[in-house]
Design a protein around this ligand. Structure first.
Ligand SMILES: [Zn+2]
Length: 228
């Protein structure tokens, strides 16, 4: 899932990019077999979905990545040699480059978008207000540098996009950890408690990275639908 934000002072901001249109070819047959792409056509590509909103992918001023796994950052291909800043937590950039260079944890970070022609911009610490109304919270566990994005909207309230902190609703609603999908179990539990507190404090809608049940429960609609 990718989220396009039209910010009143910063312009178009993209949160995550999805896997990229060439996903099956770049990940290879083993991963493509386990995590198969289904019900796909080119109208679902990142640039095509952005075009549905009346914007062009070329108009994006800033990209924020929650974590750099291939299904959230593979679409960074679009931003090579563009000089558009790609904001990622310091610990995630270090971990992703290390993993690609050494072959540890193979298959989850891929070299085709971990390149030096992307304008990487790190941020640090546990919390960063990247723009008015846009707050990034470091939530390690699934990966060392995973961050969730809190978006405060005028009419639709607060949205909390959690990426792979949660894969299915049971992780979030029933406090069931991720098993082997969390690389650091204890950190995951601490991040989970923080996000639940954030939800209670803001009344925010918590959107999970891979859960259609939650999308249906929240009634989330996709482009060209706009939330104010
Ligand atoms: Zn992931």
């Amino acid at each position: 899932m990718a989220v396009l934000i039209e910010h009143p002072t910063e312009g178009l901001i993209l949160f995550e990019t999805g896997a990229g249109s060439d996903y099956p070819e770049v990940v290879g047959p083993q991963i493509s077999d386990i995590f198969a792409r289904v019900d796909y056509d080119h109208s679902m590509d990142l640039d095509a979905q952005i075009a549905l909103t009346g914007h062009s992918i070329k108009d994006i001023k800033m990209v924020i990545i929650g974590h750099l796994h291939l299904d959230h950052a593979g679409g960074l291909d679009f931003f090579r040699n563009t000089n558009i800043p790609v904001y990622v937590h310091e610990l995630e950039i270090k971990h992703a480059f290390y993993t690609v260079a050494t072959g540890t944890d193979p298959g989850v970070y891929l070299p085709h978008y971990m390149t030096f022609d992307i304008r990487w911009v790190p941020f640090h610490g546990s919390y960063y207000e990247i723009a008015p109304g846009l707050n990034i919270h470091h939530s390690p566990g699934h990966t060392p540098g995973l961050c969730v994005l809190q978006v405060n909207m005028k009419d639709s309230g607060t949205w909390i996009f959690t990426g792979d902190q949660y894969h299915v609703k049971e992780n979030f609603e029933d406090d069931v950890p991720q098993g082997w999908l969390a690389r650091d179990h204890d950190s995951w539990v601490r991040s989970h408690q923080k996000i639940k507190g954030l939800m209670r404090r803001t009344g925010g809608k918590v959107v999970l990275g891979h859960c259609w049940d939650t999308v249906r429960r929240l009634g989330i609609e996709f482009a060209p639908k706009v939330y104010e």
